[in-house]
Ligand binder design. Sequence first.
Ligand code: HEC
Length: 247
Amino acid sequence: MKITYVALSLILILVIIFSCQHQVQFPTGSIGNPDTTTHIPTTNPPPNPPPPITGSSCSPDTVYFTNTILPMMNSNCAMSGCHDGLSRGDAGQYTLNTYSGIMAIVRAGNANSSKLVSVIANGTMPPRGHTAISAAQLDLIKTWINQGALNNTCTETTCDTTNVTYSASIVPILQSYCTGCHGGSGASAGVDLSVYSGVLAQVQNGKLWGDVSHSTGYNAMPVGGAMLSSCDLNKISIWIKNGAPNN
Ligand code: HEC
């Protein structure tokens, strides 16, 4: 019996010594912090996202100025140095982040004789190096003008957050409100939100949520535009909490 105890004790001591050596040989932390590439700041987004919106005044056939046209103009035309109402030179003659400013180059009801449409259609605007207005976006502008170029607004119907994905939920928001300034080589602040890697970088450093939620200590985005709707903020918040996947 005694011998068995001694043998067992010896084995136990050997096991302890071995595991200690193991720890010494591979100290924790020497491999690097795996969190640095996937870490999402716990402060962003806040625990309670804005409540979903219910009730609506939006007609699917109507293009609304406040909802669609103004954010597009703000992001694609009114960036700093261009048509923001502050810049000098040619660009300063046209202020494209206000309804009255935009109406200076619009003939209500007649898209084809509106300068806003022709300069985009003939490729003059936005100038080289800036994110182009897509054919779909130009169609929206034309429809809005042909519908009377009204200074109209609607409130989104429902906020569907059941299946939030990067491609279907986040990209359209960024394209409407951000990528005019934050796209391609001339992106504002070097922040390119037209590619997933660029967006992810801003999720990881906490600035995407900090900026769009207008949190203290961050730069309120979009510059010159209204805060995103609570529905859009909700989607961004959910997507970030899901780990900001490229889905
Ligand atoms: C009219 C141009 C414009 C639009 C539209 C715009 N930004 Fe910015 N953004 C800037 C400028 C300029 C900066 C540089 C910082 C500053 O001066 O505020 C910037 C900086 C940033 C940064 C860098 C981090 C920081 O805070 O400095 C992030 C992130 C960002 N914007 C996100 C967004 C998002 C998200 C949107 C859309 C919801 C957006 N921006 C829309 C012009 C714009």
